[in-house]
Every structure is written in structure tokens, then in C-alpha cells.
Write a protein that binds this ligand. Structure first.
Ligand code: SF4
Ligand code: FES
Length: 246
């Protein structure tokens, strides 16, 4: 495949940035999207040009770092996959592809396609944990019975990889889907109930402090989430917050 790429280039956080056009040739449809960018970067390096900075780590849909807006959609046109799991067979010979960073006031651009998503880490640090005794006296996990539906829902919420696609897809740049997944995975388990009120209060407080917008029930977050995190989690987050507030 021969493709035209229109890629956001920005030297630093202070730079204004712009879309720059590149041509790539002989791209195999077996390549992943990131491998296609590797090919482009190799050609730029060979010409003594600055390669395009983009985030990636596991390249298996686990770490959540490979966050790109591709043709206006977070993680590209396919559903329930991350950018690293997107394959070039999704595109056609002669296509023009727009590649931009995830955009949100809370995700400042570091360089080119890399953004600073540490705001999500700080929300997690504000309450995304449980306190347990690990001194050798800890209870066997199976000693506390948990209903199958709750265990399943908690596990589904725990699938959130903190990629930030929900924020980038939301017209309000809301982080509610992310926070709701992190709150839900503990709220559904007895081990998470002990600190439940503090958790939801502190995580929402941190979310607001980071400058994320409010949820207006549009649902774009759920559509673009690579892990299928359900909007039901936002309903649970609201209930948890209400109970904690009164
Ligand atoms: S809720 Fe989905 S889109 Fe949002 S951070 Fe988690 S995995 Fe990514
Ligand atoms: S590189 Fe880890 S999820 Fe894509």
C-alpha cells in the first residue's frame, strides 16, 4: 500500500505545532499501525530528519500508552482495540490518514504525538487502592464469598488500561469513564467497601483539580474505549458519590 500521512508535529509543549504531510510506500497490510510509523521513522532518520515521537510500550493492548487519534477517532476506526492492535489491513491503498495526539487540556502535549497523561495517575493515587495487611496474617482470598455477577463486573471494570481514549473522545474532555472504572472495580468487592467513601470523594476531587470536564451522558467514551468499559460504571460512580456526600 502507498499512503499519505498527515501527522501532527510539535517540537515541544511551547511550540504551536502543525500538520505535516508524509508519503509512505510498500506498506504491508500485515503490519500494525505502529510498525507503519516505525517504517516512516526509519526513513526520516535515514534522511537525517527528526523522527516522529509517539508513545508505545507493550504493543499488545495492555499498557495503554499507544494513544493516537487516527482519522478523528481515538485508537482508530476499529472497535475494542488499542492503536498498537490496529492493523494496516483496515486501510486501503491510496488512503490519506490523519494522525494526531489525544487532545485535552488535562493532557498537555510533550512532543509530536506524545501527551502527558500523568493526571490519570494522580487520580489513581488519590484512591485507586485498598489497604490490606500483608505482614503474613492476610486472609485467604477465597475466605470471603463474592457473588459471580459482582466478581464479573469488578473484573470488567478492572480491564481499564488508563489509556485516556475516553477523555480524548468526550466533547467535555471528561474523565468520568476512567474514574468510574477505577471506583467500580473496588466498590463491587467487600475488600473495597472499607475505604469506599474516601476513595470516591478523593478521586472525584482530584479529577476536578486536574481540569477534566463534566459528563453530559453523550456516550462517546464508551464507543471509543478499547476495553469496552460500560457507562453503567458512571451510574455506579454517581451513586457511590451521592452516598459518600450525605
Ligand atoms: S475507560 Fe477505557 S478509554 Fe478510558 S482510560 Fe480506561 S480503557 Fe482507556
Ligand atoms: S503499546 Fe501498550 S497498549 Fe498499545
Amino acid at each position: 500500500m502507498n499512503l499519505t500521512l498527515k501527522i501532527w508535529r510539535q517540537k515541544s509543549a511551547q511550540d504551536k505545532g502543525q500538520i505535516v504531510e508524509y508519503k509512505v510506500k510498500d506498506i504491508s497490510d500485515h503490519m500494525s499501525f505502529l510498525e507503519m510509523l516505525d517504517v516512516l521513522n526509519e526513513s526520516l532518520v535515514a534522511k537525517d530528519e527528526e523522527p516522529i515521537a509517539f508513545d508505545h510500550d507493550c504493543r499488545e493492548g495492555i499498557c495503554g500508552t499507544c494513544s493516537l487519534h487516527i482519522n478523528g477517532e481515538a485508537h482508530g476506526p476499529d472497535r475494542l482495540i488499542t492503536t498498537c492492535q490496529l492493523h494496516m489491513r483496515t486501510f486501503k491503498d491510496g488512503d490519506t490518514i490523519f494522525i494526531e495526539p489525544f487532545r485535552s487540556k488535562a493532557f498537555p502535549i510533550i512532543k509530536d504525538l506524545m501527551v502527558d497523561r500523568s493526571a490519570l495517575d494522580r487520580i489513581q493515587q488519590a484512591g485507586g487502592y485498598i489497604s490490606v495487611n500483608t505482614s503474613g496474617n492476610s486472609q485467604d482470598a477465597n475466605a470471603i464469598p463474592i457473588s459471580k455477577p459482582n466478581a464479573d463486573e469488578s473484573m470488567d471494570a478492572a480491564a481499564c488500561i488508563g489509556c485516556g481514549a475516553c477523555v480524548a473522545s468526550c466533547k467535555n474532555a471528561s474523565a468520568m469513564l476512567f474514574v468510574s472504572a477505577k471506583v467500580s472495580q473496588y466498590a463491587l468487592l467487600p475488600q473495597g467497601r472499607i475505604e469506599a467513601k474516601d476513595r470516591v470523594t478523593n478521586m472525584i476531587k482530584q479529577m476536578d483539580k486536574e481540569g477534566f470536564g463534566n459528563c453530559t451522558n453523550t456516550g462517546a467514551c464508551e464507543m471509543e474505549c478499547p476495553k469496552g468499559i460500560s457507562l453503567n460504571n458512571i451510574a455506579r460512580l454517581n451513586r457511590e458519590y451521592l452516598v459518600a456526600s450525605i
